[in-house]
Write a protein that binds this ligand. Structure first.
Ligand code: GDP
Length: 524
């Protein structure tokens, strides 16, 4: 195998998705710990705690350095190189999460065994659906009295529309939680919260008398249950998993380290290596020798005064090497990347190169945009990095009108960074911000004040939803004539229809059947 093929085969790039409090941070931390990437479990939690402890979100500002490097966590495990991409959780749930999901090859979904499938899981899953991202499921908190496992599988199947293939099966739950049975290796791991890494003993075989010794009556129950489960559930099918149609399911308790190893092993054994990526003109295979990649996230850097930003680029083919000259296709410009950040936590010798599946951070002053493609020269354009029609709208109201220019510039730049979306109605001078999560507005207000010296407030406004418009010029013009007050341009100059309610939107769509009203737009 060539170097490139070998490196590629080792890469696993994924994100963890969950509803808040299901246990994403805990699992992230335990995966890093089991992978040997952190020495003390607690580092990730400390970061999250400081995020939440302060009502002033902007404490985070001070920690930007940390958050840049912890956005991507790369570590070796067995023969693999794992790239775990952090998605902002909780209130800071935002478009960033959606876009991060375009940069992974698979995802791990954490479900709380007490709460089952929750709202945000459904939302995130619908994003994964856009690309049929393979999903591995971890049902967490088996140490609590939760729902019956079979019921949880049913719920995943019916609500999320994926077949479930249980890989392990829990032995009891809550106070009676004794471990899991691996349906494929016929091994039983006994749970002990006080044991090293949560497991007191592993035995082979469901008929093993040691099983009865350790768990007594529960052994007979388990044997019956396993029989039923084997009959009633789907067998793991690699192809169905890779097609996003089936999810292998593991049970455990993250906070007790239990079941974490199985998830980590499954990522190596089952999850896909870097996949081919669609571009406008062709599909780009990960083992093509020439470098290519796209920017899925922009993050402001440490020093607010300099407006440094880090562009996170997912490598899609070839090999990146420090100092390499690459072309920013949208600008037709070639630049030497000397100061790229790579994320290998431990092995310093390899920090100067990156392969398909890896992420590199490129510092810049705002010249790199979301969705930008970089290549060794070819005019490629990767597709599929979405903007979503926002659910929340605010009108920016400036306190000092003399600062209008700074406000416009600030909002434009923050929109390019993806902090919020910006809409400029054609019929007024309003600046309308659109977001998916409320926290996005807070971030923008803070950054406008601290980075652009503009104080402003965000007021509620009449808009409830937005759609990007596609169609022939004359059809768009007809819409413009008919509903001038609803027409706007977004930060990139694209035409957008703003609607005060669903009925209005529906009527506009009916009246203008030749115009497409798009709920998602790819960033150009
Ligand atoms: P996130 O919001 O999805 O990142 O969730 P966290 O990882 O912060 O977990 C939310 C809460 O659930 C925390 O208090 C954790 O300690 C707790 N938790 C996580 N895993 C388990 C588990 O396996 N069992 C129990 N009982 N609690 C857990």
């Amino acid at each position: 195998m060539t170097d490139l093929k070998h490196e590629l085969a080792r890469r696993r790039t994924f994100a963890i998705i969950s509803h808040p409090d299901a246990g994403k941070t805990t699992l992230t931390e335990k995966l890093l710990w089991f992978g040997g990437a952190i020495q003390v479990a607690g580092e990730v939690r400390a970061r999250k705690a400081s995020r939440h402890a302060t009502s002033d979100w902007m404490e985070l500002e001070k920690q930007r350095g940390i958050s840049v490097t912890s956005s991507v966590m790369q570590f070796p495990y067995r023969d693999a190189i794992i790239n775990l991409l952090d998605t902002p959780g909780h209130e800071d749930f935002s478009e960033d999460t959606y876009r991060t999901l375009t940069a992974v090859d698979s995802a791990v979904m954490v479900i709380d065994s007490v709460n089952g499938v929750e709202a945000q899981t459904i939302k995130l899953l619908s994003v994964c659906r856009l690309r049929d991202t393979p999903i591995l499921t971890f049902i967490n908190k088996l140490d609590r009295e939760g729902r019956e496992p079979i019921e949880l599988l049913d719920e995943i199947e019916s609500v999320l529309g994926m077949q479930c293939a249980p890989m392990t099966w829990p032995i009891g739950m809550g106070k009676r939680f004794r471990g899991v049975y691996d349906l494929y290796t016929d091994k039983i791991s006994f749970f002990d919260p006080h044991a090293d890494k949560g497991t007191s003993e592993v035995i082979q075989g469901l008929d093993n008398p040691r099983l009865d010794e350790v768990i007594g009556d529960q052994a007979a129950e388990l044997r019956i249950e396993v029989d039923l489960v084997r009959g009633a559930s789907h067998t793991f099918d690699q192809a169905a998993y890779l097609a996003g149609k089936q999810t292998p399911v593991f049970f455990g308790s993250g906070v007790n380290n239990f079941g974490v190893q199985s998830v980590l092993d499954a990522i190596v054994d089952l999850s896909p290596r870097p996949l081919a990526r669609p571009a406008e003109s062709r599909e780009v295979a990960p083992d093509e020798p020439k470098f290519s990649g796209f920017v899925f996230k922009i993050q402001a850097n440490m020093d607010p005064k300099h407006r440094d930003r880090i562009a996170f680029l997912r490598v899609c083919s070839g090999r990146f090497e420090r100092g390499m000259k690459i072309k920013q296709v949208s600008q037709g410009k070639t630049m030497a990347i000397n100061n790229a950040i790579t994320f290998m936590a431990q092995d310093r010798n390899t920090t100067d190169e990156a392969y398909s599946g890896d992420i590199i951070g490129i510092p810049n002053h705002g010249t790199i945009r979301l969705g930008d493609t970089f290549t060794e020269g070819e005019d490629l354009k990767f597709t599929g990095i979405p903007s979503f029609a926002p659910d929340l709208f605010r009108r920016a109201q400036i306190k000092n009108p003399m600062k209008m220019k700074q406000l416009q510039k600030g909002l434009q730049q923050l929109a390019e960074e993806g902090q919020t979306q910006l809409f400029k109605p054609l019929a007024s001078n309003d600046l309308i911000l659109g977001a998916v999560g409320v926290l996005q507005f807070e971030v923008v207000a803070h950054r406008l004040e601290h980075e652009y010296g503009v104080e402003c407030v965000f007021e509620g406004c009449t808009w409830a939803t937005a759609r990007w418009l596609r169609g022939k010029d004359e059809d768009i013009r007809a819409l413009l004539d008919r509903a001038p007050a609803n027409m706007a341009q977004d930060g990139a100059g694209d035409y957008v229809y703003l609607a005060p309610n669903r009925v209005n939107l529906q009527m506009a769509q009916e009246r203008h059947p030749n115009v497409q009203f798009l709920e998602t737009r790819e960033i150009y």
